[in-house]
Design a protein around this ligand. Structure first.
Ligand code: HEM
Length: 552
């Protein structure tokens, strides 16, 4: 009973309730009864936490036993990759831990990952549950990344037609426009012989690309003087951290937060200004487009593709999709009940803002690492440039066929993604009891694919610290299990923006390499491999800069 009540409350609420209970017991009850009232919840909580901490050991699976109060939670906030390395070393390819109160099975075993992410996907459809932070009333709760079960299937199925290669072809035009804008910006650096803050520059590029290709808006990210309100609000998403006071308040006092929202009529407490701005602005763009479909037809952007896909009742044909989507599509097209249900306006607003979130940091960081590798290995840079020059010939622009000929540049991007995959861990939550590899999974337990460890495993990639784009030549790929490459996750729930990101990176690098040579910083040259921030999202520990030389 005590434990059941505690489960519905946040940590702050439990402590407050316990404080009140202790106060009342001491003042109003005889001492012996007061001790019982105080000790009962303490003992019940102690035994619950103890059982939780030994969750995997009780099931015969080895792994670290965390602190009784916080489990291995500290690892989440400090060095999660170091934590995983240490445990793989001690316990082998798979170990069990308890992170943030949830038993988590962590593995770098490719076969195991494929079974969970693909073959048994129905039992592992969702990611870890973070819905507490995103109230149901807000559109944040409709983000594809957060949706669960049938809701996720319905929205993903409806969105998939907007992300096929054929649709991506249309987005090459805005992508190229932004790549040319970036080149114009770099001319200034080359002329002034100034050092470039690579992440800052690519961050602006990816914002411009998302603006143009998701909303047909020019966000003018390179413009220092006036900032587009989309950009001002979009950037706010990245400012939020785990130690943000409002965020902490939601974590510690979820029920109080709910009450405050109800009383004030707010949809969310965290990021409220951003939420309301996007809800109003994007909803009105959608309304205008739906009211005026002919004018809307001229828009080549993901928002319009989503509106079209949803309105036209378009159903994907498995043969027209990638292998990953084909499997998913053929599976879901049979599900007529889900197909008939449409996607709401709030859900479209959610997905279009999610593109800002999902497409900005990931792509900018990958481009940053690609440039880091190309600067560090000038011969690889020259080889990539030769291919680019050959593909451009006398032209100034690239079409879809040209992009498909950038085979070596794509290998460079894939090798960059192997070494510096944006997400070092990808997690699924079990939704029904299932036995896999002699392990009994219960609903609520999570399964984590340790992507960085899969990518640095000698058995998958010999000499893993060597940057070698040849690993992704057709011959080398044929010799390797495709499941050993997970920068975009795996199975039906993998990254929906993968093709978008690949086209954007190919287009950008092609234009950059054609016009410029990249050289290490003269002030702060960096070592190989660059030290990484020990958190889940892969970033260098310090900013790195490059110099740029314009080519004739
Ligand atoms: C280099 C760039 C990118 C990387 C490395 C990347 C990586 C990832 C990863 C690892 C996941 C989790 C997959 C899983 O759980 O199996 C993911 C999910 C997702 N990504 Fe990306 N991503 C990139 C770019 C993009 C872009 C440009 C967009 C949008 C235009 C996007 C939209 C999404 C969405 C919506 C999801 C959630 C999919 C779902 O739950 O069904 N990503 N991405």
């Amino acid at each position: 009973m005590v434990v059941l009540i505690a489960d519905c409350l946040g940590v702050g609420e439990v402590i407050a309730l316990f404080g009140i209970l202790t106060y009342l017991a001491i003042y109003y009850l005889p001492i012996s009864l007061a001790i019982v009232v105080i000790l009962l919840p303490v003992t019940a909580t102690y035994f619950k936490l103890r059982r939780l901490n030994l969750y995997w050991q009780d099931r015969g699976i080895s792994g670290p036993v965390g602190n009784i109060l916080v489990g291995s939670k500290v690892a989440l906030f400090s060095d999660i990759n170091g934590f995983d390395s240490e445990n793989f070393e001690k316990y082998g390819d798979t170990f069990g831990a308890v992170l943030a109160g949830t038993p988590d099975l962590v593995t770098k075993d490719v076969g195991f990952i494929k079974t969970v992410f693909n073959a048994e996907f129905d039992a592992f459809t969702d990611r870890e549950d973070i819905s507490n932070f995103f109230p149901k009333e807000s559109f944040f709760s409709s983000w594809l990344t957060i949706l669960k079960g049938d809701d996720w299937k319905r929205v993903r199925q409806r969105l998939t037609p907007a992300f096929t290669t054929a649709k991506m072809r249309k987005l090459l035009v805005p992508m190229e426009y932004c790549a040319k804008e970036l080149n114009a910006e770099l001319e200034k650096y080359a002329e002034e012989k100034a050092e470039i803050d690579v992440k800052d520059l690519f961050g602006k590029l990816t914002m411009n690309v998302i603006g143009r290709s998701a909303f047909a808006l020019d966000l003018k990210a390179f413009n220092q003087k006036e900032e587009h309100p989309f950009l001002t609000h979009g950037k706010r998403i990245f400012e939020i951290t785990m130690i943000d006071p409002l965020f902490m308040f939601v974590v510690f006092f979820p029920n109080v937060e709910k009450l405050i929202r109800r009383v004030l009529g707010w949809k969310t407490l965290v990021l409220r200004d951003l939420h309301d701005f996007f809800l109003i602005t994007v909803s009105s763009i959608i309304d205008q487009r739906i009211k005026n479909p002919e004018a809307a037809e001229s828009n080549v952007d993901a928002l319009q593709l989503m509106i079209n896909a949803i309105e036209s009742d378009e159903v994907m044909e498995a043969s027209k999709t990638s292998n990953v989507d084909a499997e998913f599509v053929s599976e879901n097209v049979q599900n007529a009940k889900l197909l008939k249900k449409t996607v709401t306006k709030q859900e479209i607003v959610a997905q279009s803002t999610l593109f800002l979130l999902a497409g900005y940091e990931t792509t900018a960081t990958t481009l940053q690492f690609a440039l880091y590798c190309l600067t560090h290995f000038p011969k690889i840079q020259d080889k990539a440039r030769s291919e680019v020059k050959e593909v451009f010939g006398d032209k100034n622009s690239l079409n879809f066929d040209d992009i498909s000929k950038l085979v070596y540049v794509k290998q460079v991007i894939h090798e960059t993604l192997r070494m510096f995959a944006a997400a070092s861990r990808v997690t699924r939550t079990c939704n029904r009891a299932i036995r896999i590899n002699d392990i009994d999974f219960e609903p609520g337990v999570t399964f984590t694919a340790q992507v960085r460890h899969v990518h640095y495993d000698e058995n998958n990639y010999p000499d893993p610290y060597k940057f070698d784009p040849e690993r992704f030549s057709p011959e080398c790929r044929a010799d390797r299990d495709p499941g050993a490459f997970l920068p975009f996750g795996g199975g039906p729930r993998s990254c929906i923006g993968m093709r978008f990101a690949e086209f954007e990176m190919l287009m950008t690098l092609a234009h950059l390499l054609r016009r410029f040579r990249f050289l290490p910083s003269a002030v702060d040259a960096f070592e190989w491999p660059i030290p990484l921030d020990p958190v889940v999202l892969t970033r260098p520990v310090k900013k790195f800069k490059v110099r740029v030389e314009a080519l004739n």
